[in-house]
Design a protein around this ligand. Structure first.
Ligand code: DP6
Length: 360
């Protein structure tokens, strides 16, 4: 498929006004997207677990307007007008207008809320951009009633990617691959696809407890970090490594090899941060408590032979990943040993989820 395939046929029916609501989850990458070309075309493939509890709920109200020369929208977070969200959405609308040619014909009210605290250091761009893309797709669907569910999801993922790369992995669950590669048939740089191969029971209902080490604004945004992969001395090897890791993950997922899984995802997390530390300019997003937690996890694993592991996103927070059948012991360990390293003792219990939901 190419970008052109997402330009819609002429709309069949006219609509005047209405309201749609979607809730869409966050996701956590196991193999990381870090480095992109224009319009969030990834430099390497990534794969993520869709989450369940960390989500954004967005309602878009729309009404026809007479002047079609520019976009018109207001954004509200938790009921309060958020003008500082507008430039990102303006850019998003500019990028997707060719694929949703109705955007200038309506005035939109975008009301959004997150189930996780806004100041948690958890990126809301994946859940937020995917929820918005889904609302816009629901509006388009009213004018193109024949659009199949499959095409709807694919285009929602395609649009979400243009808002924030990782957002394209939040439409469906439970394991999503994004970025063309030879391991996963049907994979694409343009949108996320469900991982199509056998996944062992060990990975069903996998748990993710997110330890909120630092809830502040990041010093370096993901966009800046991605850009620093241009001319990065290790870029070529890193991009190849992500392809290799995806190939290596396939038999691990199939056989339920938890040891292999742990080595691969922890290496991916640390490689992501190693890329940040070896960019020019270089930067560090981990905090001392991030390292304390990692060391505690390794010690606990060594002492108890437990299958606890961690991954990191582009920040200081730690995602503790573990199989459902060990949840009681591991949560006990998290509460007694790790929560002390979280800002104000805050953490979020989540697990693998199955994608976004149309609320109304
Ligand atoms: C480290 O999707 O936030 O979480 O495309 O610029 O919006 P933009 O970046 P974003 O980058 C996410 C990076 C990551 C890894 C991942 O989710 O794969």
């Amino acid at each position: 498929m190419t970008e052109q395939d997402f330009i819609p046929k002429p709309y069949l029916s006219d609509i005047e006004n209405g309201k749609v609501t979607w809730e869409s989850p966050s996701n956590i990458a196991l193999i990381k997207y870090w480095g992109k070309k224009k319009d969030q075309i990834p430099e390497n493939p990534s794969i993520s677990f869709t989450l369940s509890n960390c989500k954004t709920i967005t309602t878009v109200s729309y009404s026809k307007k007479a002047d079609t020369s520019s976009f018109e929208f207001d954004v509200f977070l938790d009921g309060k007008m958020k003008d500082d969200f507008k430039p990102k959405i303006q850019t998003f609308f500019e990028r997707i207008e060719v694929y949703l040619p109705f955007l200038k014909e309506f005035k939109f009210k975008i009301e959004t809320e997150n189930t996780f605290p806004h100041s948690s250091g958890i990126a809301s761009s994946a859940s937020g951009m995917s929820a918005l893309a889904l609302c816009l797709m629901s509006i388009e669907k009213q004018m193109l009633p024949d659009l199949s569910q499959k095409s709807f999801n694919k285009k929602a993922s395609f649009l979400a990617r243009l808002g924030s790369g990782s957002a394209c992995r939040s439409i469906e669950g439970d394991l999503i691959v994004w970025g063309e590669n030879k391991t996963v048939e049907g994979s694409s740089d343009l949108f996320g696809v469900q991982y199509p191969y056998k996944v062992h029971e060990n990975f069903k209902e996998y748990q993710d407890t997110i330890l909120l080490v630092d809830k502040g604004e990041k010093q370096v945004s993901s966009s800046v970090g991605h850009n620093l992969m241009h001319n990065h001395p290790f870029a070529k090897n890193r991009f190849q490594q992500a392809h290799d890791n995806l190939e290596n993950l396939k038999p691990i997922l199939e056989s339920g090899d938890l040891g292999g899984f742990i080595s691969l995802i922890e290496s991916e997390a640390l490689t992501l941060h190693a890329m940040m530390m070896t960019s020019m300019p270089y930067f560090i997003l981990m905090k001392p408590n991030t390292l304390e937690i990692i060391n505690k996890i390794w010690k606990f694993r060594q002492e108890t032979n437990s299958n606890i592991s961690f991954t990191l996103d582009a920040g200081a927070n730690v995602h503790v990943l573990y199989p459902k059948n060990k949840a009681t012991e591991i949560l006990e360990f998290i509460k007694s040993e790790l929560v002390a390293y979280c800002q104000n003792g805050h953490y979020i219990c989540d697990q693998i989820g199955f994608g976004a939901n149309h609320i109304k």
